[in-house]
Design a protein around this ligand. Structure first.
Ligand SMILES: [Fe+2]
Ligand SMILES: [Fe+2]
Length: 298
């Protein structure tokens, strides 16, 4: 009897060969891990001990991310999504759509996706930054709708890194890159790989995810500083640890000042009070329509 029960339980829970494409209970588990990694006041030594902060689910998530984000995969996903062929929607329709991504989060403690966007934007607004900066805060995670398009978690979130050249050990869990097929391609494993020295990040293919997608969707409506905030906000190896400077040009260096200015608002806005959505929504409706037409291509 017991054996049968165990057997049926196994069958129900997961297919025996196919990998679990969603090891994280919810996407925010990755964001929470990053915020813990960079908790304010942490020493360098504490930081390097980040594995202690990673649940097995987060570790498994990175194992998959580092294994499957090959240069081929990145190029394939860019071809699939960056032509913006998924129809027209307003920013608000997409925000509502993203909010359907609730997983099994606890409604009492976890903020919704829109609330995270508003919290980030409100923190920026309170510090008196320009309107485009506030808007970048409101938009920055909208690319997570990739998850609702059916992409696995490892293709939506995670620290981003360049594909097609040697992996930096400043990327978290660098040991997991050994399982990436690109590790065996010697032309991809030199310092510059397929790139030229200081060619500029615009010519570099970062691992695919919500950063690149929201950047592509919004680029023609936003100033360049905001574009870079959206495009590189998960590129922690570069903006937090100074890795990959040999691929960056002077323009990237200047833009990364803004990426670094943006980062604390993303990391630390969650601890703040829940935004009074009803009260602040009119401000954001006006802000969004200042920069965007009603419907845009996604
Ligand atoms: Fe993000
Ligand atoms: Fe975020």
């Amino acid at each position: 009897m017991k054996q049968t029960e165990e057997h049926s339980h196994l069958k129900e829970d997961r297919a025996p060969v196919e990998e679990d494409r969603a090891p994280l209970k919810e996407l925010d588990e990755w964001d929470d891990f990053v915020a813990t990694r960079y908790r304010q006041g942490k020493s360098e030594e504490e930081f390097r001990n980040y594995k202690a902060d990673a649940d097995p689910t987060v570790t498994e998530f990175y194992r998959q991310n580092h294994k499957y984000q090959t240069l081929d995969f990145v190029l394939k996903k860019k071809a699939e999504y960056c032509g913006l062929n998924r129809g027209k929607k307003s920013i608000w329709e997409m925000a509502e759509y993203l909010n359907t991504l609730v997983d099994d989060s606890d409604p009492d403690t976890d903020v919704t996706q829109i609330e995270h966007l508003l919290q980030t934007a409100e923190a920026i607004r309170k510090d008196g930054h320009p309107r485009w900066f506030i808007l970048a805060g409101f938009l920055h995670d909208l690319g997570k709708v990739l998850c609702l398009y059916g992409e696995p978690q490892w293709a939506v979130v995670g620290d981003t890194f360049p594909a097609g050249c040697a992996y930096s050990d400043q990327v978290v869990f660098p040991e997991f890159f050994a399982a990436n097929p690109d590790s065996d391609k010697s032309e991809y494993q030199t310092q510059y790989g397929i790139y030229e020295p200081n060619c500029g990040l615009d010519n570099v293919h970062l691992s695919f995810g919500h950063d690149e997608y929201i950047y592509r969707v919004t680029e023609k409506y936003l100033p360049e500083e905001a574009q870079c905030m959206l495009r590189y906000h998960s590129f922690y190896a570069a903006h937090r640890h100074g890795a990959y400077r040999h691929l960056m040009n002077e323009h990237d260096e200047a833009m990364f000042e803004w990426v670094r200015k943006f980062n604390p608002y993303d990391l630390y806005s969650k601890g703040r009070e829940r935004p009074n959505t009803k009260e602040i929504l009119p401000y954001y409706r006006e802000l969004v329509s200042e920069f965007f037409p009603d419907k845009i291509d996604w």
